[in-house]
Design a protein around this ligand. Structure first.
Ligand code: AMP
Ligand code: GLY
Length: 422
């Protein structure tokens, strides 16, 4: 079969590797891909948001299955376009993607289906949101309603900070016409929970914990994610069952009541306190960088998992995991998530991968004049697998030291919570 992967980040590099291992005889394409992905896929220079060019490519090349990595093409309706062509698509339709593209929509689904979540109120007018804020106590939780690449959430200790966040959102920092959500602050420990739905059945995958803040000690601004590890010790079988029964299943049945079927990855961002989970947000795709750690632990065949999803056969799918721990450290460019340098050459990846338990995924790299260059905010993802989280972390930081480029920046404390409770 001919399989097309959409995306160009570390998540897609990890997916490409798993597809290649799961079906080495299939023809794999990536749009647009990156230098790491090109090891497994033929990379095609088409803009993933140019749906016409993309659909032409799919038809001309008789692609049978498309896997969409990032949220923007999914939320812009790429799945619907592709399904019209009769191609199988591993990603939800535009209507279902509202779970990620509108926090207000997710709150409605949660309320209608008694799903535990933080209380929230949505505003379209600056003055009204500030009046409401005045009645709240810190910490204030301010969110842009729509897509913001993981950067549109502000947890503010002071009223002034909260006011600035509201101002910036209405001022268009995350795109025009964003409304603002002011949410109750939930105390507890964050967990990322991944499941796959084929429209009829739900298959939980392994959970993960990521580090969204830029700086050590979970400080600084929110980013797309600076590292992740799995499985998190906090995610016990009991907690996982509660998440499935109280959050994931009611969400899918709530969508069904609105005549929306869900195919693809459902990624729930949760807060757990005293063993009770609460929904913070949904994403409608694999997490980045959680997927890099997660897929290293998948023992069963990834391509078969994707095919069983698009063929509505998950109830017969037997998923298997390695009994190991996995961890990924994001190597970023200093200045990310704001301005950063994009022309430094990278060395040392082969050296880092000399340890067979290390895999370096490319996130923001390009080949320029035959040289590998750091061109993204998040550049590489050093992923390590071992028997314990501590061992995985020690190995990963050893590998990180072998990689060099100007302005390399990374957190030094990835998985600190996991190690504390291991
Ligand atoms: P999100 O992008 O919605 O996952 O939010 C980013 C991070 O902000 C989450 O992983 C949490 O750590 C934190 N966060 C979001 N919403 C809340 C909330 N209501 N209470 C406490 N922390 C939150
Ligand atoms: N790492 C969080 C995300 O992918 O949204």
């Amino acid at each position: 079969m001919r399989i097309l992967l959409i995306g160009n980040g570390g998540r897609e590099h990890a997916i490409a590797r798993s597809l290649y291992n799961g079906s080495p005889s299939d023809m794999l394409y990536a749009i647009p891909g990156n230098p790491g992905i090109s090891q497994y896929c033929e990379c095609i220079k088409i803009n993933p948001l140019d749906f016409k060019a993309l659909c032409n490519f799919v038809s001309m090349n008789k692609v049978g299955l498309v896997i969409i990595g990032p949220e923007v093409p999914i939320c812009n309706g790429l799945t619907d376009y592709l399904l019209e062509l009769g191609v199988k698509v591993f990603a939800p339709r535009e209507k279902a993607s509202l779970l990620e593209s509108s926090k207000k929509f997710t709150k409605e689904i949660a309320l209608e289906n008694n799903i535990p979540t933080a209380a929230a109120k949505s505003f379209n007018v600056y003055a009204e949101s500030i009046e409401y804020l005045k009645k709240m106590q810190p910490p204030y939780v301010i969110k842009a309603d729509g897509l913001a690449a993981g950067k549109g959430v502000f947890i503010c200790d002071s009223f002034l900070e909260a006011q600035t966040a509201v101002h910036d959102i209405f001022d268009g920092r995350f795109g025009l016409n964003q409304s603002v959500l002011i949410e109750e602050f939930l105390d507890g420990e964050g967990i990322s929970c991944f499941a796959i739905s084929d429209g009829e059945n739900i298959l939980p995958l392994m959970g993960a914990q990521d580090h969204k803040r830029l700086l050590d000690g979970d400080k600084g601004p929110n980013t797309g994610g600076m590292g992740a590890y799995c499985p998190p010790p906090i995610l016990t079988k009991k907690l996982e069952n509660k998440i499935i029964n109280l959050i994931l299943e009611p969400t899918l049945s709530g969508l069904k009541k609105r005549d929306i079927s869900y195919t693809g990855v459902l990624f729930a961002g949760l807060m757990s306190r005293d063993g009770e989970p609460s929904l913070i947000e949904y994403n409608i795709r694999f997490g980045d960088p959680e997927t890099q750690a997660l897929l290293m632990l998948l023992k069963s065949n990834f391509t078969e998992l994707v095919l069983d999803t698009v063929n509505v056969n998950l109830k017969n799918h037997k998923i298997q995991w390695h009994d190991k721990k996995s961890l990924t450290i994001v190597l970023a460019n200093k200045g990310y998530p704001l301005e950063y340098n994009i022309d430094s050459s990278i060395t040392g990846i082969e050296d880092a991968e000399a340890n067979k338990n290390i895999k370096v995924f490319h996130a923001g790299t390009s080949i320029v004049n035959g040289e590998l260059i750091a061109t993204g905010g998040r550049v590489l993802n050093v992923t390590s697998t071992a028997n314990t989280i501590q061992e995985a972390r020690d190995q990963a930081y050893e590998a990180v030291d072998k990689i060099t480029y100007k302005d390399k920046f990374y957190r030094k404390d990835i998985a600190w919570r996991g190690i504390q409770s291991e």
